[in-house]
Design a protein around this ligand. Structure first.
Ligand SMILES: NC(=O)c1ccc[n+]([C@@H]2O[C@H](COP(=O)([O-])OP(=O)(O)OC[C@H]3O[C@@H](n4cnc5c(N)ncnc54)[C@H](OP(=O)(O)O)[C@@H]3O)[C@@H](O)[C@H]2O)c1
Length: 323
């Protein structure tokens, strides 16, 4: 089968199309023929060798795909050959990938493969930060950084659907328009404005209840400055670099909380929650409350261009590879 392979870590140019053996389906696993493959910011870090999981060279990036079940391993009873699915997986920049059955999500007919590939990592990260790591609902105010990105646009819409007041930050006016169209109550261009000042102005000095921060160094301390009493900041990435060490005592005066988040904590430890939360999000899609914005699709062979685009900060929503 065809797959994207890199033999050394580095820039997007290390990604090349190659012929590799198709994986054999193992017990408890499902083999999926990919129709669409999700690109995530973490894939760029994996390619560079700076992600928490390190590549075993030569390796293939990718953490999710949508397609059709080609084969099921021994012991898998709830998924049949031919089923349309999305999956949390590894090495997904390929024509076929393999996933544990508990990490495979059946796709409703109303959800396309491209939407399915946009779903597992970004939508469920947004969902579980808002509803598992926190309890977002009416009366709460949420600040979403990089709000025009894949996780960001999902988080804005899911927080609005839960009844919260939602602010987003972005680095361009074009992105600000897109985030407003997806329901944000206010959008701040943090390349030109001090976002914490603007958040404090919008909340009459109180601050927000929840900050979703995957930028890190450039936003973390200012995020704490505009966090309300008993507020919660979730640090779930570091696109702008790692934060300085935190003095936990500094959280005491306003009884604030900082936590980390990684979506595999949910998928590995609470398998029932994966499909249950996916079904809730599919229902929101049917109700028109969650729209998956596909920023751009690329042929699988052009994965390097997809990485260049994602790292350029120009992309919006989800980037998808088509094998
Ligand atoms: N913990 C988890 O389980 C989990 C799961 C999924 C994603 N994440 C993290 O969430 C973040 C968003 O992921 P995504 O896949 O949805 O990507 P994305 O938001 O679609 O794209 C990345 C965005 O990050 C922003 N950004 C800020 N500083 C940047 C910098 N120095 N270089 C590049 N981009 C920068 C840019 O938006 P602006 O220019 O508008 O700020 C850029 O468009 C990433 O940090 C990712 O690692 C974590």
């Amino acid at each position: 089968m065809k797959a994207i392979v890199f033999a050394q870590t580095g820039g997007p140019e290390v990604l090349a199309l190659a012929e590799v053996p198709r994986p054999d389906v193992r017990p408890g696993m499902v083999l999926v023929k990919a129709h669409a493959i999700g690109v995530n910011f973490a894939d760029t870090r994996f390619r560079q060798g700076t992600y928490v999981a390190k590549p075993k060279l030569p390796d293939t990036p990718g953490m999710e795909a949508a397609g059709v079940v080609e084969a099921v391993g021994e012991g898998v009873t709830d998924l049949k050959v031919g089923a349309r699915v999305a999956a949390f997986t590894v090495k997904s920049y390929a024509e076929y990938c393999q996933a544990p059955a508990s990490m495979v999500i059946p796709l409703p007919d109303s959800v396309s493969f491209v939407e399915g590939a946009a779903f597992p990592i970004q939508v469920l990260t947004a969902y579980h930060m808002l509803h598992t790591a926190d309890s977002t609902g009416p009366g709460r105010t949420v600040l979403v950084h990089s709000a025009a990105g894949g996780v960001g646009l999902a988080a804005v819409q899911l927080a609005k659907a839960a009844g919260a007041r939602v602010f987003g930050t972005v680095s361009s006016d074009a992105k600000a328009r897109l985030v407003r169209e997806h329901g944000a109550d206010a959008v701040i261009n943090y390349a030109t404005e001090k976002f914490a000042d603007e958040v404090l102005r919008l909340t009459d000095g109180r601050g927000v209840d929840l900050v979703l921060d995957a930028v890190g160094k450039p936003t973390f301390e200012e995020g704490l400055r505009c966090l309300a009493p008993f507020g919660h900041l979730i640090l779930y990435g570091r696109a702008g670099g790692p934060t300085d060490p935190l003095n936990v005592a500094a959280l005491s005066p306003k009884s604030q909380k900082v936590s980390g988040f990684m979506v595999p904590t949910v998928t590995r430890n609470f398998p029932d929650k994966t499909r249950e939360s996916a079904e809730r999000c599919f229902a929101l899609m049917r109700e028109g409350k969650l729209r998956l914005h596909i920023g751009k699709t690329f042929p699988l062979a052009e994965a390097a261009d997809a990485h260049r685009y994602l790292e350029s900060r120009q992309s919006t929503g989800k980037l998808v590879l088509i094998p």
